[in-house]
Design a protein around this ligand. Structure first.
Ligand code: ITT
Length: 182
């Protein structure tokens, strides 16, 4: 079975390509424009997008909505991660956290799958912390400021294989694969 992955983000696609390859499955990148609503709940965003794309993309298809939730900032930027990343960026988050010792954060990914005329959601979570400085050159988005639990390095200091061992994306993917393989 080949799954179509709808995303604008080529890094996301690359990470999924390796995850699928390890399962001997193929994923095809669909870089299509679609409206992403803003909602406090990432699951709602994913569901809305699935419905908006139904009939336009070959099934089975999937998309993923993710966000970074920083505990001391009451979960900010969460569902607004994309906007915050584009506007204040990692420097802005470093500034917001300058005098904050509590660095705990979680990365959340929700995969929306459209298969056999139905919608399915799979959530992955990675616990970790916000680094004290921007570090690393690889990856994208908040990778240079996020250190997953079990490591002392940011996602940006890891290659994709290593990031995939810790990531929220991998956690959601594992649930997707378990479901598909039944
Ligand atoms: P889509 O086209 O798939 O929506 P996107 O990059 O807009 O691509 P999201 O809306 O799901 O993806 O991501 C929200 C924000 O969180 C965005 O700014 C990403 O850069 C960031 N993000 C998501 N996953 C990340 C990861 O694994 N590492 C670093 N930043 C990540």
């Amino acid at each position: 079975m080949k799954i179509h992955l709808v995303t604008h983000n080529k890094h996301k696609f690359e990470e999924y390509r390796l995850l699928f390859r390890n399962e001997n499955m193929e994923v095809e990148w669909v870089n299509t424009e679609y409206v992403e609503i803003q909602d406090d709940d990432v699951e709602n965003v994913a569901l809305f997008s699935l419905n908006a794309l139904t009939g336009k993309i070959h099934e089975p298809f999937m998309l993923e909505d993710s966000g970074l939730y920083i505990k001391s900032l009451k979960g900010f930027p969460g569902p607004y991660s994309s906007y915050v990343n584009r506007t204040i960026g990692n420097e802005g988050i470093m500034d917001l956290m300058k005098n904050i010792r509590e660095r705990q954060a979680v990365f959340v990914a929700v995969i929306g799958l459209r298969m056999d005329g139905q919608n399915y959601l799979f959530r992955g979570v990675t616990e970790g912390k916000i680094s004290h400085e921007i570090k690393g050159k690889k990856g994208f988005g908040f990778d240079p400021i996020f250190i997953p639990e079990g490591s002392e390095r940011t996602f940006s200091e890891m290659d994709i294989e290593e990031k995939n061992r810790y990531s929220h994306r991998m956690m959601a993917f594992k649930k997707l694969i378990e479901f598909i393989k039944i």
